[in-house]
Ligand binder design. Sequence first.
Ligand code: HEC
Length: 251
Amino acid sequence: MRRPLAIVILVAANLNALAAGLRAEEARDFTLSVSAEIAESGLLAHILPRFALKTGRRAVIAGAPAAVRIGPLAEGGTPVMARGGRRFGISLAGEHDAARRFAGWLTSEIGQQAIAGFTPAEGAPFTGAVEAEVVAEVVITGDSALGRRVAETHCARCHRIAPEGRGIGIGSTPSFAALRALPDWDERFMAFYALNPHPSFLQVEGITPPFDPARPPAIVPVAITQAEAEAVLAYAASIAPADLGAPIVNR
Ligand code: HEC
């Protein structure tokens, strides 16, 4: 009878170590489960980087049960968005700080704007749960002087980052002034690291997942901090939009 007891204690000790590890992770990552329609729409790839850039918290997509669930409102939860007459709710399981922040962000004006700003490849767009027309107001807090230095160091390799400055830009890579002239320039600079080609060579500390070891970057990888990413956004805000003359192809 002794042996099984010892094994039980050993297992309990391991579980404690595991639980401690999970608690340490808890601060930044939380699990998120969504219904099939949301998963297939591509909405998460649009909203999660925006949330991560603002908060440094990251959702890990998981099956139910997860810390946060977004599904048909019939399942319960707080109304968070709608699409073609179907309404979706968000609910939290247990006490989890990052999860609570995500739910708060998604139901806030900024989160609702992020939902409405997404254009699915197929099907109707999503709308926020709050019917009122939300006015886009971007509050940019980064340090634009730092942003310019970051851009000179890391972006000028490909982009022309200033009308007069260094960085001639290569080939079809858009200049920052041209990007700045697009109506959704802020959306693009907020999430550029999630937009191609950047994920293949660029990481934002604490936000982007590690490179796939099977597909190492083809060029010298770039690593920037969240503060640097915010600073680049502030720098972009300070650039005079290019006069593009011809209409732009909006992707
Ligand atoms: C290795 C080359 C390279 C580097 C370095 C690079 N970019 Fe880009 N970037 C591109 C290319 C190419 C595109 C155009 C992609 C397209 O149109 O599909 C682009 C597009 C963008 C866009 C528009 C994204 C979109 O889809 O609308 C933004 C914003 C942007 N880059 C910001 C940055 C910032 C900020 C940095 C530096 C931190 C940076 N890039 C570094 C190559 C690069």
